[in-house]
Design a protein. Structure first.
Lengths: 257, 254
């Protein structure tokens, strides 16, 4: 095949994929707003997505906060640096690193799990069985996961904010010799409600991306075990890329003023 | 007698591959039709089109006189509530215990309370010869034969007027095949349901079916009573029924 034809084929494939994803998102929205609502399934998914992701998110944010404190201290002025370290750790964690790193970690854990579960259901005809049992797969499978992820991610981001700041605080006070009371006071003085809410809004959007990419790739998987494996990889990769690009877009919008 | 299922000139393609090329078929109320045909002849596509899992490009499918092609949402659900379906590999929900699998349609579709659903599952499992000891097991811990039986219990749990069986004995040993065939026949007789079965297995055809249809290259090329299968001089049917390599049927991939 000549190079131009390859480019054309890739471009057409990309457009078809984008269109299919847009239709999938529209169908998911309809499934979310229309009854019946599977509250028990939403609760189950919140535990799977939110509660079981707590350890990985907490560890990630703790070490990120600690590393951030060290880097700012060693990279900047080491004298009278309490104000700079505490404020940059607080800002960096609440605005960016808490939601983004939390989102990426949850994307790796949850998006893959959703794609594998729904993909296996697809190739073993369980999704067809749902339809024949008069249960709409979008309502039963997709809507509870999307709702649960959108609700869970801001809570995870809040936990990541607190633990990340605590990571910076522990490194700052135990390793760099900062005064604990001054460090904490400077953090509280510097941080604003907007810093926290912007991170929580981002986290909710990342939750949507994580669940949708897991569901979409799983729902459209084909070709047995290999297809499910491909769906899982695609879910994690596409969710991660979309989280990073959405983060850039939202930072531009939220902080442009 | 009225037709419970009727297909008229049904066409279905996947890209350039034309799978169903004008299927005409009808199943009378209360009768049991078995559709036979080689791999890739379009049997599963035809059944999925009737179930609404695939949408034909052309033609009409009527259930109890009601056109169903293109139905979506609530209207499709109403049609599907008349169906029970046993999938080839059972298609049991891995995340649910056996009793919830069996009474899934009653719980989700009819909002049946859990205690009633549990009793319904118990009754349905008894009909297929399974005891209460498996009610709380998960599908992963069931054998192949039990998988099929639980799938059958799920298909008949809501006592649907139409039941579909997709290769119900594939992957089973000869004894379990006979057990499943007789279970299907007995359950269907007890419920008085209309059934459509697709299979390669001639013992299933003879045990389950009243009528048989041969699907070849996307078209029904023979229909008749199961009793007349061995008397027919149709060369396609003779080759398929007797499992002969030589004959007019082109073997896909050969």
């Amino acid at each position: 095949m000549n190079p131009l034809a390859r480019i054309g084929k890739f471009f057409l494939g990309f457009l078809a994929h984008t269109g299919r994803l847009a239709v999938f998102i529209a169908q998911s929205f309809l499934a979310i707003i229309q009854p019946p609502y599977y509250l028990r399934l939403i609760g189950q998914q919140m535990i799977r997505i939110g509660y079981f992701s707590l350890p990985v998110v907490a560890l990630t944010s703790f070490f990120t906060g600690g590393v951030l404190a060290l880097q700012i201290y060693y990279g900047g002025n080491q004298f009278n640096s309490e104000a700079i370290v505490s404020s940059i750790v607080a800002l960096g964690i609440t605005r960016e690193l808490g939601p983004v790193l939390g989102g990426l970690m949850v994307a790796g854990r949850v998006s893959a799990a959703i794609a594998a579960e729904i993909g296996t259901m697809r190739v073993t005809e369980q999704i067809d069985a749902l339809t024949t049992l008069s249960t709409e797969p979008f309502k039963y499978l997709v809507a509870p996961r999307v709702i649960a992820a959108v609700l869970s991610m801001p809570l995870l981001a809040l936990v990541a904010d607190i633990i990340g700041i605590m990571g910076g605080f522990i490194v700052g006070t135990k390793s760099l010799g900062f005064n604990p009371a001054i460090y904490m006071q400077l953090t509280i003085d510097f941080i604003t409600p907007d810093d926290i809410t912007s991170g929580l809004i981002k986290a909710a959007v990342f939750g949507f991306i994580i669940a949708i990419m897991g569901c979409y790739n799983g729902y459209h998987s084909a070709g047995g075990a290999q297809g499910v494996g491909r769906a899982t990889t695609n879910a994690v990769v596409s969710a991660s890329i979309l989280i990073l690009s959405a983060n850039y877009l939202m930072t531009s919008l939220l902080f442009s003023s | 007698m009225t037709d419970m299922i009727k297909l008229s000139n049904v066409h279905k393609s996947f890209g350039p591959k034309h799978v169903l090329k004008g299927v005409d078929l009808s199943v009378e109320k209360g009768s049991s039709l078995v559709v036979i045909g080689g791999s890739g002849s379009g049997k599963s596509v035809m059944m999925k089109s009737i179930l609404g899992l695939l949408t034909p490009e052309k033609g009409e499918i009527e259930i109890n006189g009601f056109p169903t092609v293109g139905l979506k949402g609530g209207k499709r659900d109403l049609v599907n509530r008349q169906f029970g379906m046993l999938f080839q590999n059972g298609a049991l929900f891995d995340s649910l215990p056996v009793w919830q699998n069996v009474s899934f349609a009653a719980m989700q579709g009819n909002n049946m309370p859990a205690d009633e659903a549990y009793e319904l599952a118990k009754e349905s499992l008894a009909l297929v010869g399974l005891g209460e000891n498996i009610l709380n097991l998960y599908p992963a811990s069931l054998s192949g034969g039990m998988h099929k039986r639980v799938g059958l219990a799920r298909a008949i749990a809501t006592r649907p007027p139409i039941i579909f069986f997709d290769e119900p004995t594939t992957g089973l040993d000869p004894i379990m095949t006979d057990v499943i065939n007789h279970l299907i026949r007995d359950c269907v007789n007890e419920l008085g349901a209309t059934t459509m079965t697709i299979t390669h297995d001639m013992s299933s055809v003879r045990t389950i079916g009243d009528k048989a249809a041969l699907l070849y290259q996307g078209k029904i090329i023979w229909t008749g009573n199961v009793d007349s299968l061995d008397q027919s001089d149709d060369s396609f049917l003779v080759q398929f029924v007797n499992g002969l390599a030589d004959g007019p049927i082109e073997i896909s991939g050969a």
